[in-house]
Design a binder for this molecule. Structure first.
Ligand SMILES: [Zn+2]
Length: 301
């Protein structure tokens, strides 16, 4: 009897079990870790909510520019490179990445074709409204990832002015693109714009846009056209030294250097995202500061 019962039930139970298992496995796996895009613009509204939750409110704003990059690199070099680094870093340590943003400081390239240079007030207003809108959508930790040397004064200034009135979020600036040492030895000493490093990185992020055969068709040498002590700053310094928006020699670029530098950039940024997620102090201190700044005479030493 027991034997016949077993044999008669096996043909019906086994396929049912199999179907249940097969249908349950993928959904169990999905429930544990559904794949979420790191691109803000690719998420559905519901997935965006999940993305903000998973990123612990940490969002990246990769900041590029449109300007000439020597005779051989595209106008959007800084935008393309910084987005490549930011998107890959966010894949390693989940964060929501804001869409293309290139509304920065580039007055010094207005004489070159293809430059888009917004006015000072517009740059600050647009950046403030952008981070405000990000924060309103749950990005309480906004990491501005700078891809453009001309923003190096703008961004710390922007961060400092977040103290002028209360904000319920923190702006973090990450402004490193190139390691100071290590990797394949470099062949050039001047390497500030469209030179060996930047051209090498573009060979990784967008090799199809690199015209390496044109890299030596213009000079990226320092023209030293201003005679002032080093500690005196003028807005025309860059034009005085590198009027052709080329500083260095892109023809020295290699994929090996590009891979080393891009990997370094991605790893360093992923570590930064982790550190920002773990930061529980900055917003608390900001709030304490805003409160005290309402009645400075009560502040004790
Ligand atoms: Zn650049």
């Amino acid at each position: 009897m027991p034997i016949s019962t077993t044999t008669s039930t096996r043909p019906t139970i086994f396929p049912i079990l199999l179907v249940v298992l097969l249908s349950a496995l993928p959904s169990v796996a999905q429930a544990v870790q559904p794949k979420l895009s790191v691109h803000w613009e690719e998420l559905t509204a519901a997935d965006f909510r999940e993305g903000i939750h998973r990123s612990q409110g940490t969002c990246l704003l990769p900041f590029g520019i449109l300007e000439k990059h020597g005779p051989h690199l595209p106008l959007g070099t800084d935008l393309l490179d910084v987005r490549y680094a930011a998107l890959h870093a966010a894949e390693k340590e989940y964060a929501v990445v804001f869409p293309e943003y290139y509304f920065g400081q580039i007055a010094e390239a207005r004489h070159e074709p293809g430059t888009v240079a917004y006015s000072r007030d517009m740059q600050l207003a647009l950046l403030q409204e952008t981070t405000d809108e990000m924060a309103r959508n749950g990005c309480k930790k906004v990491v501005i990832v700078n891809g453009h040397g001309g923003n190096e004064s703008l961004l710390p200034y922007f961060a400092q002015t977040q103290l002028d009135k209360p904000h319920d979020y923190v702006v973090y600036i990450f402004d490193r693109r190139t390691p100071e040492s290590g990797g394949p030895p470099k062949k050039t000493s001047i390497d500030m714009h469209a030179g060996e490093s930047e051209t090498s990185k573009m060979m990784i992020s967008r090799p199809d846009t690199v015209h390496i055969d044109r890299a030596a068709s213009e000079s990226g040498a320092d023209q030293h056209r201003q005679n002032l002590p080093e500690d005196v700053y003028t807005g025309i310094w860059w034009y005085a030294r590198f009027p052709n928006h080329y500083s260095g020699d892109g023809s020295a670029a290699t994929k090996e250097l590009g891979k080393y530098q891009m990997d370094w950039w991605i790893d360093t940024l992923a570590r930064t995202i982790r550190a920002v997620k773990a930061d529980e102090v900055s917003l608390k201190l900001q709030n304490e500061f805003y409160e005290k700044s309402k009645h400075p005479l009560d502040t004790q030493p």
